[in-house]
Structure formats: C-alpha cells, structure tokens
Write a protein that binds this ligand. Sequence first.
Ligand SMILES: Nc1ncnc2c1ncn2[C@@H]1O[C@H](COP(=O)(O)OP(=O)(O)OP(=O)(O)O)[C@@H](O)[C@H]1O
Length: 226
Amino acid sequence: MSVIRFDGVGHRFGDELVVDGVDLELTEQRIGIVGANGSGKSTLARMVNGLVTPTTGTVTFDGLDVSRHGREVRRRVGFVFTNADTQIVMPTVREDVAFTLRRHRLDAATAAARVDAVLDRFGLAELADRPAHRLSGGQKQLLALASVLVGRPDLVIADEPTTLLDARNARLIAEHFASLDEQVIVVSHQLELLESFDRVIVMEAGRVVADDVPAVALDAYRALIG
Ligand SMILES: Nc1ncnc2c1ncn2[C@@H]1O[C@H](COP(=O)(O)OP(=O)(O)OP(=O)(O)O)[C@@H](O)[C@H]1O
C-alpha cells in the first residue's frame, strides 16, 4: 500500500480556515472519512492528488510532495467524483473508459483488452457502445469507477460516490468499493459503507476529531452528531 502523509496541513478559502492543523499517516488499504457538511472532508481528500493545494504544511504520496509533483501523483491516484456526469468526457461507454489510457503508450490491442476487461468486471460490457450520458445513475457511477481503474492507479479516492444513487445502486457501489484490490479513500455520509474498512477518520470544523477502527470512529461520529 502507498503511504499518504499530512504534515501540519491547513487550507483556507479566503478568510475561512477549512482544514486546520491535520497530521496523518495513512497506510491502510481502505480508509473512510466522515464528518458533518462543511467539515473539510472533500478539501482533505482533494489534497491527496493535488486538486487542492494546502495553504500550510505538506501532503506527500509515497514521499512525493503533491504540490510539486501533482502530475506524477495524479497518474497513480484516481479520483471518483460524486456526480459521475462531470467525469464522462467521451460519447460512448467504451470510448470513455479508453480515454484514460490515451497517455499510457499501449499498443491498440493491449489497450482494447484492458478496456474490455474492466467493462466486464463492472458489468458494463453489454453497454459498451451506448451513449455514456444516457446510462442510469448507478451505471454512470460504475463507468466512472471503471474509467479510473483501467489506468491501474495505486490509490482510488472517491468523494461521496453513493450520494446521488438510490438505495440499491448505493449498495452495489458500496460493495464494489469494499472489494477493490486497490487502496481506497472514501468520503461518505453512508456510514454502513465504511463498516468493513480498516480505518475511519472523523472531521469536525477542519480538524481530525477521531481516527480509529470503524466500530470506534463511527460511534464517536454518531455521538458527535447526536
Ligand atoms: N472552492 C471553494 N471556494 C470557497 N470555499 C470553499 C470551496 N470549496 C469548499 N469551500 C468551503 O470550505 C468548507 C469545507 O468544504 P468541504 O467541501 O471540504 O466540506 P465537506 O466536509 O466535504 O462538506 P460536504 O459534506 O457538504 O460535502 C465549506 O465551508 C465550503 O463552503
């Protein structure tokens, strides 16, 4: 597993301090982040692959300072957003997954085989030639995950990947996240999704207020929100 370190990390948007003095060393395979709305979870997650730069302190991924080596880190760290529509860039399902590989310098046959394998893995093979924007919400989220995983990242970060889905699709996506071989960091309000994880971090007003195995951290969070 990769090692993600936060050393004295803070982030301000204007006058608002949204992440405040965070020190963390993350080495587990499945890491969850929970917290109330506006507690800084998304900002923290986005700092791991340089989508947001810390105002103070440093974030490193396997020793690489993310602020200085953003491109290299982003090659190894995939990001799945809440709204899969924002991630679809190509007309069809197959083209959208293949788009991730455009800079991987693979020959056409190898790239096609990798795309087919990931479409199969997520039950998208039959939809390969469909317009990506016309998939259901659950299928779009699977497509977003497939498009990230085809690039074989070391780490996948997902920011509330089930929020826009109905209960059935939320469960399906949750099961996928719980069974990935890759290292994952998942921000979620769906606490059941994180119960089988290795570690859960609880954020409150930009600070880490609990950091433990899920049974302990999720109880601390439930107590916090009453
Ligand atoms: N680009 C931005 N510009 C200005 N303020 C921002 C920006 N992004 C986030 N914020 C503010 O930073 C604070 C933390 O936001 P963040 O999205 O990290 O919280 P969160 O815990 O993920 O919340 P939620 O559960 O609602 O998604 C909020 O007050 C938010 O309004």
